[in-house]
Design a binder for this molecule. Structure first.
Ligand code: PEP
Length: 254
C-alpha cells in the first residue's frame, strides 16, 4: 500500500489580524514541535501572510494563500496572482473553496484556470470539491464529485499532477458542526480517487492526497484520520485556536 504523508491544513477564512496571527503562531509552534508525521500548512488571509511567514521561520509549518487569480498580472483590481503568492514565500494555495464557489462566482472553469496557474508557479494546490445538501439528498453526490474533479483536472497531464491535493468538503458539513461520518467521507474519497485514476491513471491517483474538510474538531479527527482513504484534513473553525488545531494535527500521527 502507498503511504501518503498526511496534510493538515488550517483555513482561517476571513479571521485574524496580523497581530492575532502572530500570537497564534507563537502559541502553536511549541505544541507541534515534536509532530513529524504530517505536513502542516496555515492558510491565513492575504494580509497576514508576511507576518505568518516570518513567525513560522525555522519551523516545519508552511504557509499558503486562500485564493489566486489565474492571470499573471494586469488590470484586475483586488486580485492576487499565483506568481505574487509564490514570490511572497507561500508554498501552497487553496483553489475552489465552496465559499468562493457560493459567494464569489467560482466555477469549475475558473477552478481549472487557477489550478493551471498554481502549477505553473510550482505552488502545491489544494483543490476543493464537495456536494451541496440538496445534491446529496437527490442522490447526485457521485455525479457532482466526478464532474468537479474531472473539470478541475482538464488539460492537466499525469506528469504535472504530483503536487495536487484534493479536499473533499461536503458543503453541508462546512461550519455547520455536522461532520460526515468517516464512512461517508471515505466513500466520497474513493469516488474522487477513481475519477482521478480515470483522468490521470492509477499511479497518479494512488499517490494523490485527498483531505477531508467539514467541521473537523479535536474529538472527531482521530476517527476520520483512521480511515486509510483520508490523507489529511482541511480545518476551518477549529483551526483558529492553536490548541485545538494542534490536537487535530496530532491525530495524523496517532
Ligand atoms: C473549511 O473552511 O474548509 C472548513 C471545512 O470549515 P469548518 O472546519 O469550519 O467546517
Amino acid at each position: 500500500m502507498i503511504a501518503r504523508q498526511p496534510l493538515m491544513a488550517a483555513n482561517w477564512k476571513m479571521y485574524k489580524t496580523p497581530e492575532q496571527a502572530r500570537a497564534f503562531v507563537a502559541a502553536f509552534l511549541p505544541l507541534i514541535a515534536n509532530s513529524q508525521a504530517a505536513e502542516i500548512v496555515l492558510f491565513p488571509p492575504f494580509l497576514d501572510i508576511a507576518t505568518v511567514l516570518e513567525s513560522v521561520r525555522n519551523s516545519q509549518v508552511q504557509v499558503g494563500a486562500q485564493n489566486i487569480y489565474w492571470q499573471e498580472e494586469g488590470a484586475f483590481t483586488g486580485e492576487i496572482s499565483a506568481s505574487m503568492v509564490r514570490a511572497a514565500g507561500c508554498t501552497h494555495v487553496l483553489i475552489g473553496h465552496s465559499e468562493r464557489r457560493q459567494y464569489f462566482g467560482e466555477t469549475d472553469e475558473t477552478v481549472n484556470s487557477k489550478l493551471h496557474a498554481a502549477l505553473a508557479q510550482r505552488l502545491l494546490p489544494v483543490v476543493c470539491v464537495g456536494e451541496l445538501l440538496s445534491e446529496r439528498e437527490a442522490g447526485q453526490t457521485e455525479e457532482v464529485l466526478r464532474r468537479q474533479t474531472s473539470k478541475a483536472l482538464e488539460g492537466i497531464s499525469a506528469e504535472m499532477a504530483a503536487p495536487i491535493a484534493i479536499a473533499y468538503e461536503p458543503v453541508w458539513a462546512i461550519g455547520t458542526g455536522r461532520t460526515a461520518t468517516p464512512e461517508i467521507a471515505a466513500e466520497a474519497h474513493l469516488v474522487i480517487r477513481s475519477q482521478v485514476a480515470h483522468a490521470l491513471g492509477r499511479h497518479v491517483a494512488e499517490n494523490m492526497r485527498i483531505l477531508y474538510g467539514g467541521s473537523v474538531k479535536p474529538d472527531n479527527a482521530p476517527s476520520l484520520m483512521n480511515q486509510p482513504e483520508i490523507d489529511g484534513a482541511l480545518v476551518g473553525g477549529a483551526s483558529l485556536d492553536p490548541h485545538s488545531f494542534a490536537k487535530i494535527v496530532e491525530s495524523a500521527g496517532a
